[in-house]
Design a protein around this ligand. Sequence first.
Ligand code: FE2
Ligand code: FE2
Length: 189
Amino acid sequence: MPLNHPKLVKLLRLAYSAEKAAAFAYIGHAASVRDPEAKAVIKQIELDEWGHRASVLAIMQQYEIPVSHYNEIKYHVIGRLISLSCHMIGWFMPYYFAGRLESGNVCEYFIMMRYFNELEITEHDEVLYEMGLKEKQHEVYFQQSIANSRLLPLFEKVFGWGVQRSLNDVDLEHPSPVQESNRYCRHRK
Ligand SMILES: [Fe+2]
Ligand SMILES: [Fe+2]
């Protein structure tokens, strides 16, 4: 059954490839940190991203949506570049930009849910909700990692994300139930 929702199709194809970029980036990030505990957490985040990629692919296959070869190549290169850069730019920036990226990714899954709901499809709500909340957990981990850095106030001001400012309105301490979670990220698109 094809999906009659161009924005949703585009978002799914983008998310599929962007998850690969994220996973690649975390491989480099984990390799660049020394603390074994941080290494293990970042390794787990990498595995989460591969899991997201598999879940997005399963949804795409259900609706016969082809993978975008253009996105696959583009995000492959981006992921590898970020991965390499983690070894060169000190410890703060990989944490900061990972957190900022995760902050935006949270909304991708709630927006997808909303688009599916517009088509009266609710069967993916649970899996999209789980992915959205998982990205939020990733964001919070990175927020906590940089919370005490002296660089944070400056970066927060320039790049609009940090401990005080998030790119989504999800509260991990008090998450909405699945049925109400498509109200998240109304400020986006
Ligand atoms: Fe992800
Ligand atoms: Fe993530």
